[in-house]
Design a protein around this ligand. Sequence first.
Ligand code: SF4
Length: 375
Amino acid sequence: MPAAIYVHWAFCPYICPYCDFAKWAYDERAAERYVRALEAEIDRTPVFEATTVFYGGGTPNAYPAAELVRVLDRLRERFGVRADAEVSVEVNPDRELTRGFDQLRAGGFNRISIGAQSLVAAELHVLGRRHGPDDVAETVRRARAAGFGNINVDLMFGVPGQTEASWERSLDAVIALGVEHVSTYGLTIEEGTPYARWADREPGAFATNDREADLYALAIGKLTAAGFEHYEISNFARPGYRCEHNANYWRNGAYAGFGVGAASYRGGIRSTHTRDRAAYEAAALAGEAIPGDSEGLTGDAQAGEAVMLALRTSEGVDADTFRERYGVDVFTHYAPIIAEYAAAGLLVADERSVRLTARGRFVANDVCGAFLARA
Ligand code: SF4
Protein backbone atom coordinates (compact mmCIF):
# COMPACT_ATOMS: atom_id res chain seq x y z
CA MET A 1 0.00 0.00 0.00
CA PRO A 2 1.46 3.41 -0.93
CA ALA A 3 2.39 5.73 1.92
CA ALA A 4 3.81 9.20 2.47
CA ILE A 5 7.24 9.33 4.10
CA TYR A 6 8.15 11.62 7.00
CA VAL A 7 11.75 11.82 8.20
CA HIS A 8 12.48 13.44 11.56
CA TRP A 9 15.78 15.37 11.77
CA ALA A 10 16.18 15.73 15.47
CA PHE A 11 18.83 18.43 15.88
CA CYS A 12 18.57 22.21 16.01
CA PRO A 13 21.23 24.92 16.07
CA TYR A 14 19.61 26.16 19.32
CA ILE A 15 16.53 25.33 21.33
CA CYS A 16 13.47 27.62 21.28
CA PRO A 17 11.77 28.15 24.66
CA TYR A 18 8.24 27.25 23.46
CA CYS A 19 9.12 24.05 21.61
CA ASP A 20 8.01 20.58 22.62
CA PHE A 21 9.24 18.61 19.59
CA ALA A 22 11.71 15.73 19.89
CA LYS A 23 14.89 17.74 19.34
CA TRP A 24 18.36 18.30 20.73
CA ALA A 25 21.00 20.99 20.32
CA TYR A 26 23.25 20.14 17.37
CA ASP A 27 26.38 18.20 18.19
CA GLU A 28 28.36 16.80 15.29
CA ARG A 29 29.08 13.36 16.73
CA ALA A 30 25.57 12.88 18.05
CA ALA A 31 24.09 14.08 14.76
CA GLU A 32 26.28 11.68 12.83
CA ARG A 33 25.21 8.69 14.97
CA TYR A 34 21.58 9.70 14.53
CA VAL A 35 21.82 9.76 10.76
CA ARG A 36 23.37 6.30 10.80
CA ALA A 37 20.41 5.12 12.86
CA LEU A 38 18.02 6.72 10.38
CA GLU A 39 19.70 4.94 7.49
CA ALA A 40 19.60 1.65 9.36
CA GLU A 41 15.89 2.11 10.00
CA ILE A 42 15.27 2.87 6.33
CA ASP A 43 17.20 -0.24 5.30
CA ARG A 44 15.24 -2.62 7.53
CA THR A 45 11.78 -1.21 6.79
CA PRO A 46 9.75 -3.47 4.47
CA VAL A 47 9.44 -1.94 1.04
CA PHE A 48 6.34 0.06 0.09
CA GLU A 49 5.61 2.62 -2.61
CA ALA A 50 6.34 6.17 -1.45
CA THR A 51 4.03 8.99 -2.54
CA THR A 52 5.56 12.12 -0.99
CA VAL A 53 8.58 12.81 1.22
CA PHE A 54 8.72 15.40 4.00
CA TYR A 55 11.82 16.23 6.04
CA GLY A 56 10.81 17.86 9.32
CA GLY A 57 12.32 18.32 12.70
CA GLY A 58 14.09 19.59 14.52
CA THR A 59 15.95 21.47 11.88
CA PRO A 60 16.85 19.40 8.80
CA ASN A 61 19.22 22.11 7.55
CA ALA A 62 21.29 21.81 10.72
CA TYR A 63 22.78 18.99 8.61
CA PRO A 64 24.87 19.68 5.51
CA ALA A 65 22.85 19.50 2.27
CA ALA A 66 24.91 16.53 1.05
CA GLU A 67 23.71 14.40 3.98
CA LEU A 68 20.07 15.33 3.42
CA VAL A 69 20.45 14.34 -0.23
CA ARG A 70 22.25 11.10 0.63
CA VAL A 71 19.35 9.98 2.80
CA LEU A 72 16.87 11.01 0.11
CA ASP A 73 18.79 8.85 -2.39
CA ARG A 74 18.46 5.97 0.03
CA LEU A 75 14.72 6.52 0.34
CA ARG A 76 14.42 6.66 -3.44
CA GLU A 77 16.32 3.42 -3.90
CA ARG A 78 14.29 1.57 -1.31
CA PHE A 79 10.82 3.01 -1.75
CA GLY A 80 10.87 4.12 -5.38
CA VAL A 81 9.88 7.75 -4.77
CA ARG A 82 8.45 8.90 -8.12
CA ALA A 83 10.44 11.54 -10.02
CA ASP A 84 7.49 13.96 -9.88
CA ALA A 85 6.70 13.37 -6.18
CA GLU A 86 6.49 16.33 -3.81
CA VAL A 87 9.68 16.28 -1.74
CA SER A 88 9.72 18.93 1.01
CA VAL A 89 12.35 20.10 3.43
CA GLU A 90 11.81 22.35 6.42
CA VAL A 91 14.51 24.94 6.91
CA ASN A 92 15.53 27.38 9.60
CA PRO A 93 16.18 30.79 7.95
CA ASP A 94 19.39 31.38 9.88
CA ARG A 95 21.85 32.71 7.26
CA GLU A 96 24.56 30.24 8.23
CA LEU A 97 22.21 27.35 7.53
CA THR A 98 20.69 28.39 4.23
CA ARG A 99 23.61 27.55 2.03
CA GLY A 100 23.50 24.47 -0.15
CA PHE A 101 20.03 25.07 -1.59
CA ASP A 102 21.44 24.36 -5.09
CA GLN A 103 22.49 20.94 -3.85
CA LEU A 104 19.11 20.28 -2.30
CA ARG A 105 17.30 21.24 -5.48
CA ALA A 106 19.63 19.18 -7.68
CA GLY A 107 19.25 16.27 -5.24
CA GLY A 108 15.48 16.14 -5.77
CA PHE A 109 13.89 18.43 -3.16
CA ASN A 110 11.21 20.57 -4.81
CA ARG A 111 9.47 22.31 -1.90
CA ILE A 112 11.00 24.36 0.90
CA SER A 113 9.17 25.22 4.11
CA ILE A 114 10.71 28.11 6.02
CA GLY A 115 10.22 28.24 9.80
CA ALA A 116 10.02 32.03 9.96
CA GLN A 117 7.36 32.32 12.72
CA SER A 118 7.37 36.13 12.47
CA LEU A 119 8.80 38.92 10.37
CA VAL A 120 8.95 41.34 13.29
CA ALA A 121 12.31 41.53 15.06
CA ALA A 122 10.89 42.03 18.58
CA GLU A 123 8.65 38.96 18.24
CA LEU A 124 11.49 36.81 16.96
CA HIS A 125 13.49 37.90 19.98
CA VAL A 126 10.68 36.91 22.37
CA LEU A 127 10.44 33.54 20.62
CA GLY A 128 14.15 32.98 21.18
CA ARG A 129 14.80 32.81 17.44
CA ARG A 130 18.18 33.91 16.18
CA HIS A 131 17.16 35.02 12.71
CA GLY A 132 15.82 38.41 11.75
CA PRO A 133 13.15 39.43 9.22
CA ASP A 134 15.84 40.05 6.60
CA ASP A 135 17.04 36.46 6.93
CA VAL A 136 13.61 35.21 5.92
CA ALA A 137 13.69 37.37 2.79
CA GLU A 138 17.22 36.18 2.06
CA THR A 139 16.16 32.54 2.48
CA VAL A 140 13.37 33.03 -0.04
CA ARG A 141 15.84 34.70 -2.41
CA ARG A 142 18.32 31.84 -2.06
CA ALA A 143 15.60 29.24 -2.56
CA ARG A 144 14.36 30.99 -5.71
CA ALA A 145 17.92 31.33 -7.03
CA ALA A 146 18.37 27.58 -6.55
CA GLY A 147 15.22 26.92 -8.60
CA PHE A 148 12.61 26.24 -5.91
CA GLY A 149 9.20 27.15 -7.31
CA ASN A 150 7.22 26.02 -4.28
CA ILE A 151 7.95 27.80 -0.99
CA ASN A 152 6.04 27.80 2.28
CA VAL A 153 6.50 30.19 5.19
CA ASP A 154 5.32 29.24 8.70
CA LEU A 155 4.00 32.09 10.85
CA MET A 156 2.86 32.13 14.46
CA PHE A 157 0.16 34.22 16.09
CA GLY A 158 -0.50 34.80 19.77
CA VAL A 159 3.17 35.59 20.42
CA PRO A 160 3.62 37.58 23.67
CA GLY A 161 3.75 41.26 22.82
CA GLN A 162 2.26 40.75 19.35
CA THR A 163 -0.30 43.38 18.38
CA GLU A 164 -2.77 43.40 15.53
CA ALA A 165 -0.52 45.91 13.79
CA SER A 166 2.62 43.79 14.20
CA TRP A 167 0.80 40.63 13.05
CA GLU A 168 -0.37 42.54 9.98
CA ARG A 169 3.23 43.55 9.34
CA SER A 170 4.29 39.88 9.29
CA LEU A 171 1.42 38.93 7.01
CA ASP A 172 2.07 41.82 4.62
CA ALA A 173 5.77 41.02 4.52
CA VAL A 174 5.13 37.36 3.70
CA ILE A 175 2.65 38.27 0.99
CA ALA A 176 5.22 40.67 -0.47
CA LEU A 177 7.78 37.85 -0.62
CA GLY A 178 5.59 36.18 -3.25
CA VAL A 179 5.64 32.70 -1.72
CA GLU A 180 3.20 30.01 -2.82
CA HIS A 181 2.07 28.80 0.60
CA VAL A 182 1.64 30.18 4.12
CA SER A 183 0.90 28.22 7.32
CA THR A 184 -0.32 30.11 10.39
CA TYR A 185 -0.31 28.49 13.83
CA GLY A 186 -1.49 29.79 17.17
CA LEU A 187 1.19 29.60 19.83
CA THR A 188 0.48 26.72 22.18
CA ILE A 189 1.96 26.48 25.64
CA GLU A 190 3.52 23.05 25.96
CA GLU A 191 4.01 21.52 29.39
CA GLY A 192 7.57 21.40 30.67
CA THR A 193 8.88 24.18 28.40
CA PRO A 194 10.30 27.53 29.60
CA TYR A 195 7.21 29.14 28.07
CA ALA A 196 4.96 27.02 30.34
CA ARG A 197 6.85 28.36 33.37
CA TRP A 198 6.52 31.90 32.02
CA ALA A 199 2.78 31.40 31.50
CA ASP A 200 2.47 30.20 35.12
CA ARG A 201 4.26 33.29 36.40
CA GLU A 202 2.61 35.79 34.09
CA PRO A 203 -0.50 34.45 32.39
CA GLY A 204 -1.43 37.94 31.21
CA ALA A 205 1.55 37.94 28.83
CA PHE A 206 -0.18 35.39 26.61
CA ALA A 207 -3.06 35.84 24.22
CA THR A 208 -6.55 34.83 25.35
CA ASN A 209 -8.69 32.64 23.09
CA ASP A 210 -10.64 35.70 21.95
CA ARG A 211 -7.48 37.53 21.05
CA GLU A 212 -6.16 34.52 19.14
CA ALA A 213 -9.44 34.36 17.25
CA ASP A 214 -9.05 38.03 16.26
CA LEU A 215 -5.52 37.41 15.01
CA TYR A 216 -6.63 34.30 13.11
CA ALA A 217 -9.44 36.30 11.49
CA LEU A 218 -6.90 38.91 10.42
CA ALA A 219 -4.75 36.23 8.78
CA ILE A 220 -7.73 34.76 6.91
CA GLY A 221 -8.80 38.20 5.69
CA LYS A 222 -5.35 39.28 4.52
CA LEU A 223 -4.25 36.03 2.91
CA THR A 224 -7.48 35.30 1.08
CA ALA A 225 -7.60 38.92 -0.16
CA ALA A 226 -4.09 38.36 -1.52
CA GLY A 227 -5.28 35.36 -3.57
CA PHE A 228 -4.47 32.46 -1.24
CA GLU A 229 -7.01 29.65 -0.85
CA HIS A 230 -7.76 28.90 2.78
CA TYR A 231 -7.79 25.16 2.12
CA GLU A 232 -7.18 23.86 5.64
CA ILE A 233 -7.61 25.42 9.08
CA SER A 234 -3.98 26.49 9.35
CA ASN A 235 -2.96 26.47 5.69
CA PHE A 236 -3.23 28.86 2.76
CA ALA A 237 -2.01 28.18 -0.76
CA ARG A 238 -1.92 29.85 -4.12
CA PRO A 239 -4.02 27.80 -6.58
CA GLY A 240 -2.17 24.61 -7.48
CA TYR A 241 0.19 24.74 -4.49
CA ARG A 242 -1.58 22.87 -1.72
CA CYS A 243 0.79 20.69 0.29
CA GLU A 244 0.31 17.15 -1.03
CA HIS A 245 2.08 15.57 1.91
CA ASN A 246 -0.21 17.14 4.48
CA ALA A 247 -3.29 16.60 2.30
CA ASN A 248 -2.59 12.88 2.68
CA TYR A 249 -2.81 13.22 6.49
CA TRP A 250 -6.15 14.97 6.22
CA ARG A 251 -7.44 12.23 3.89
CA ASN A 252 -6.50 9.78 6.66
CA GLY A 253 -4.01 8.28 4.21
CA ALA A 254 -1.13 5.99 5.11
CA TYR A 255 2.21 7.42 6.19
CA ALA A 256 5.50 6.04 7.46
CA GLY A 257 7.62 8.05 9.88
CA PHE A 258 11.34 7.54 10.31
CA GLY A 259 13.36 8.82 13.25
CA VAL A 260 12.96 9.46 16.94
CA GLY A 261 9.38 10.25 17.98
CA ALA A 262 8.10 9.81 14.41
CA ALA A 263 4.53 8.63 13.88
CA SER A 264 3.19 6.19 11.29
CA TYR A 265 -0.26 5.11 10.20
CA ARG A 266 -0.39 1.98 8.11
CA GLY A 267 -2.99 -0.74 7.71
CA GLY A 268 -5.22 0.83 10.36
CA ILE A 269 -2.41 0.81 12.95
CA ARG A 270 -1.20 4.11 14.36
CA SER A 271 2.25 3.88 15.92
CA THR A 272 4.74 6.31 17.40
CA HIS A 273 8.44 5.74 17.92
CA THR A 274 9.93 6.39 21.32
CA ARG A 275 11.11 9.94 22.05
CA ASP A 276 14.13 8.51 23.84
CA ARG A 277 16.90 9.14 21.32
CA ALA A 278 19.36 6.67 22.82
CA ALA A 279 16.73 3.91 22.77
CA TYR A 280 15.76 4.77 19.20
CA GLU A 281 19.37 4.72 17.97
CA ALA A 282 20.25 1.51 19.81
CA ALA A 283 17.28 -0.34 18.32
CA ALA A 284 17.72 1.04 14.81
CA LEU A 285 21.45 0.32 14.71
CA ALA A 286 20.91 -3.21 16.03
CA GLY A 287 18.25 -3.83 13.38
CA GLU A 288 15.60 -4.34 16.04
CA ALA A 289 12.02 -3.08 16.21
CA ILE A 290 11.94 0.56 17.34
CA PRO A 291 10.31 0.83 20.79
CA GLY A 292 7.17 2.93 21.00
CA ASP A 293 3.39 2.82 21.21
CA SER A 294 0.83 1.54 18.76
CA GLU A 295 -2.92 1.21 18.60
CA GLY A 296 -5.27 -0.32 16.08
CA LEU A 297 -8.00 1.94 14.78
CA THR A 298 -11.13 0.20 13.59
CA GLY A 299 -14.83 0.85 13.26
CA ASP A 300 -16.15 4.00 14.92
CA ALA A 301 -12.73 5.08 16.17
CA GLN A 302 -11.33 5.02 12.64
CA ALA A 303 -14.37 6.76 11.17
CA GLY A 304 -14.31 9.45 13.89
CA GLU A 305 -10.65 10.10 13.25
CA ALA A 306 -11.30 10.39 9.52
CA VAL A 307 -14.12 12.90 10.07
CA MET A 308 -11.97 14.94 12.39
CA LEU A 309 -9.16 15.15 9.83
CA ALA A 310 -11.39 15.82 6.81
CA LEU A 311 -13.29 18.58 8.63
CA ARG A 312 -10.03 20.53 8.81
CA THR A 313 -10.13 20.97 5.03
CA SER A 314 -12.26 23.34 2.99
CA GLU A 315 -13.88 20.34 1.20
CA GLY A 316 -14.87 18.69 4.47
CA VAL A 317 -16.13 15.11 4.58
CA ASP A 318 -17.14 13.74 1.18
CA ALA A 319 -20.09 11.43 1.91
CA ASP A 320 -19.52 9.00 -1.01
CA THR A 321 -15.83 8.53 -0.30
CA PHE A 322 -16.59 8.10 3.38
CA ARG A 323 -19.24 5.43 2.76
CA GLU A 324 -16.94 3.54 0.42
CA ARG A 325 -13.99 3.61 2.78
CA TYR A 326 -15.58 3.17 6.20
CA GLY A 327 -18.95 1.60 5.37
CA VAL A 328 -20.71 4.41 7.20
CA ASP A 329 -23.26 6.97 6.05
CA VAL A 330 -21.91 10.15 7.56
CA PHE A 331 -25.31 11.90 7.56
CA THR A 332 -27.14 9.20 9.52
CA HIS A 333 -24.28 8.00 11.69
CA TYR A 334 -23.55 11.48 13.01
CA ALA A 335 -27.04 12.95 12.57
CA PRO A 336 -27.44 14.45 16.10
CA ILE A 337 -23.98 16.05 16.04
CA ILE A 338 -24.43 17.46 12.56
CA ALA A 339 -27.87 18.82 13.51
CA GLU A 340 -26.56 20.45 16.70
CA TYR A 341 -23.58 22.16 15.12
CA ALA A 342 -25.42 23.10 11.93
CA ALA A 343 -28.07 24.81 14.06
CA ALA A 344 -25.28 26.69 15.82
CA GLY A 345 -23.94 27.85 12.43
CA LEU A 346 -20.68 25.95 12.79
CA LEU A 347 -21.25 23.16 10.25
CA VAL A 348 -22.94 23.02 6.89
CA ALA A 349 -24.22 19.81 5.32
CA ASP A 350 -25.58 19.39 1.79
CA GLU A 351 -26.35 16.17 -0.08
CA ARG A 352 -22.66 15.47 -0.77
CA SER A 353 -20.56 16.67 2.13
CA VAL A 354 -20.25 18.05 5.64
CA ARG A 355 -18.00 21.08 6.16
CA LEU A 356 -17.08 23.60 8.80
CA THR A 357 -18.49 27.06 8.20
CA ALA A 358 -16.22 30.08 8.33
CA ARG A 359 -17.28 30.50 11.97
CA GLY A 360 -16.81 26.81 12.67
CA ARG A 361 -13.13 27.05 11.83
CA PHE A 362 -12.58 29.16 14.94
CA VAL A 363 -13.84 26.36 17.19
CA ALA A 364 -12.73 23.43 15.05
CA ASN A 365 -11.29 21.49 17.98
CA ASP A 366 -14.62 21.48 19.78
CA VAL A 367 -16.59 20.45 16.71
CA CYS A 368 -14.11 17.72 15.72
CA GLY A 369 -13.98 16.52 19.32
CA ALA A 370 -17.74 15.87 19.22
CA PHE A 371 -17.32 13.50 16.26
CA LEU A 372 -14.46 11.70 17.96
CA ALA A 373 -16.45 11.35 21.17
CA ARG A 374 -19.23 9.63 19.16
CA ALA A 375 -16.74 6.77 18.76
S1 SF4 B 1 14.10 25.32 15.60
FE1 SF4 B 1 12.05 24.40 15.51
S2 SF4 B 1 12.28 22.30 16.26
FE2 SF4 B 1 14.14 23.43 16.83
S3 SF4 B 1 13.79 24.10 18.92
FE3 SF4 B 1 13.15 25.79 17.57
S4 SF4 B 1 10.95 25.43 17.17
FE4 SF4 B 1 11.80 23.52 18.05
